[in-house]
Design a protein around this ligand. Sequence first.
Ligand code: ADP
Ligand code: ADP
Length: 228
Amino acid sequence: MIEFHDVQKYYGQFHALTDINLEIDKGETVVLIGPSGSGKSTLVRTVNGLESIQEGQLIVNNHDLSDPKTNLNVLRRDVGMVFQHFNLYANKSVLENIMLAPRIVSHVPEAENRERAMKLLTMVGLESKADNMPSQISGGQKQRVAIARSLAMRPKLLLFDEPTSALDPEMIDDVLQVIKTITSDSDMTSLIVTHEMGFAKEVANRVIFMDNGQIVEDDSSQSFFEHP
Ligand code: ADP
Ligand code: ADP
């Protein structure tokens, strides 16, 4: 699903990703950890083309991101992303946030789209908030809406960039529980940047540790947490 071959990423002179080699298979749930500034966010953002790479090859869901002609909009139909700060559309209701991309990008018929969106809201425990505006719900609820929205496009790959870092502590568990549920679907591949070690241990089948723009450890979750 994801292949990095000798990838280098620079911000100006700054070498943000160094010699990245990584293969992630369909269905894997991979957690990316490491100190602040080590390049975790940069790495996940290259996977859906939010950041470009300068050297090496990056293939995601059979799209070559090292080729500037690659159509990122086509890639992103299959690659969802959940951000630290939710990024909901503030002037649209919770339900509309979820229905928008399937309507515009995939032309899902309205009744079916609504039914699917309500099912997703039920799955994240927020069916009663369908007609609320984002400003009327809590941060944890916003993040659960953002997750439902990303799932509405039925992605093959879901990227999470510190999905709980902006949340009040009492909201974190509900969001982690939702992520745990959706990553147990073996058809979907997930790459998750997080500082939640208990969650990583429980949910990941693989843990990648980054430092200073490099992958310094890439191991099964089991052996990573046995030998910290
Ligand atoms: P992490 O997610 O591990 O905290 P990041 O990928 O956000 O790390 O950042 C890695 C390094 O790249 C940091 O030193 C950061 O300051 C730098 N960086 C990130 N984004 C940019 C940018 N747009 N321009 C310049 N430097 C950046
Ligand atoms: P986060 O940890 O939530 O990703 P950051 O503060 O690292 O937040 O980055 C916020 C934004 O600023 C990102 O878009 C990142 O690319 C950009 N950024 C981070 N570091 C730098 C930097 N040294 N120079 C320019 N932009 C940066």
